[in-house]
Design a binder for this molecule. Structure first.
Ligand SMILES: *Cc1c(COP(=O)(O)O)cnc(C)c1O
Length: 390
């Protein structure tokens, strides 16, 4: 009997090592990784620069605590400020922690403006994490059920519906922020309209609200730009990152700029592990590799090639409802629940995911090659066709 708490239904496979977009299981079988540890392994597996930088750092220092200066943290915050245009960075270890920081920041911001019970507008189908505050912000009953009482102070609206937010603004005087993913990941690769994001920006400016973008999944170059919202040409007040930031080493970040900057003061928030030299080395190495190897343009092109490939191979197939995505955040929506496909793909040596029951989700590492695009399209298409015909 396993002593592990029963929180995951795991597939019957364990990996021993990886190389680029390939993973090898303990039996020696090879798998093409089109999931990247759920958008985490930005540079794939065992990237030489990562191996070099992390081995070096592990041999010097892993952790010292935030009681002291951490030069790697200072360097990574400079880099994140440069690529985001935001002023300040708080480091933590995961996406939910980055969002917890954003939620606390928004509440503190509200209290600073004499709003005693601040509310944050959140979206249907949103996913923000599994801690109490972030599951309360999440728009999925499956995530919340059994954990009531939920954290108060969230007002939910449909995604991509600016009128719903305006209506809320007219009635709820406690709103201090809007929090959303510019591309919903867990919710099924749902893409916010650029006009909608711009309208949210305007509304937040008019009302003095904070615009909080959860880029935990759609950040770090995956969509062809550093962060998903940049496709709409807007700036945000608070930005949260994690998943792809450390290419596999746990690290999260909450960035603030504009009127959100300067909200946290010493004592307001903290993290023992957050921003340690090892994790920040992973973050810096990831960003430098993305820049040096032009991986954002590569992600944009590769994502387009994958969508084109599936449109050609699956277009017009009964049961395929939609093929969509931005860069390497890709969804193939079927007209029926298709969780079984994950196992079929595994048997065929392909690692994929299904989210929101009906959406095949592909999140390959940013180093995915043209040849791997072909292998993915040619390998997955017959599995989908056979699944739909069964
Ligand atoms: C995965 C995810 C989170 C939660 O991140 P954890 O590291 O699992 O806590 C939050 N927001 C979004 C958009 C995510 O995709």
């Amino acid at each position: 009997m396993s002593h592990m708490m029963d929180t995951y239904n795991r597939l019957p496979v364990a990996f021993s090592h990886g190389e680029g977009a390939w993973l090898f299981d303990t039996e020696g079988k090879r798998y093409l990784d089109a999931l990247a540890g759920i958008a985490v392994n930005t540079l794939g597996h065992a990237h030489p620069r990562m191996v070099q930088a992390l081995s070096h750092q592990a041999g010097r220092l892993i952790h010292t605590s935030n009681l002291y200066r951490v030069p790697q943290q200072e360097a990574l915050s400079d880099k994140l400020a440069e690529i985001s245009g935001l002023d300040e960075v708080f480091f933590c270890n995961s996406g939910c922690e980055a969002n917890e920081a954003a939620i606390k920041l928004a509440r503190l911001y509200g209290h600073g403006r004499a709003i005693d019970l601040p509310a944050i507008v959140v979206m249907e189908k949103a996913f923000h994490g599994r801690t109490l505050a972030t599951l309360s912000a999440t728009g999925s009953r499956k995530v919340q059920a059994g954990f009531e009482p939920l954290v108060r102070g969230f007002a939910r609206v449909p995604y991509n519906d600016i009128a719903a937010v305006e209506q809320l603004a007219a009635h709820n005087k406690n709103v201090v922020a809007v929090m959303l993913e510019s591309i919903q990941g867990e919710g099924g690769i749902n893409i916010a309209d650029h006009d909608y994001l711009r309208a949210l920006r305007r509304l937040c400016d008019e009302r003095d609200w904070l615009l909080i973008l959860d880029a935990v999944q759609c950040g770090m170059g995956r969509t062809g730009k550093w962060f998903g919202h940049l496709h709409a040409g807007i700036q945000v007040d608070v930005l949260t990152l994690a998943k792809g930031l450390g290419s596999g080493v746990p690290i999260g970040a909450c960035l603030a700029g504009g009127r959100a900057a300067g909200t946290f003061k010493p004592g307001n928030h903290g993290s023992t592990f957050g921003g340690n030299p090892f994790a920040c080395t992973a973050g810096l190495t990831t960003i430098r590799a993305i820049e040096d190897d032009d991986l954002m343009n590569h992600a944009a092109r590769t994502g387009e090639a994958i969508r084109k490939g599936f449109r050609e191979s699956l277009g017009g197939t009964a049961g395929v409802a939609d093929i969509r995505g931005v860069g390497l955040m890709i969804g193939i929506e079927l007209d029926r629940p298709c969780g079984d496909l994950v196992r079929h793909a595994l048997e065929a040596g392909l690692l994929i995911n299904v989210t929101n029951d009906k959406v095949i989700r592909l999140l390959p590492p940013l180093i995915f090659s043209d040849q791997q695009v072909r292998l993915l399209v040619d390998g997955l298409t017959p599995l989908i066709v056979r699944f739909l015909a069964a």
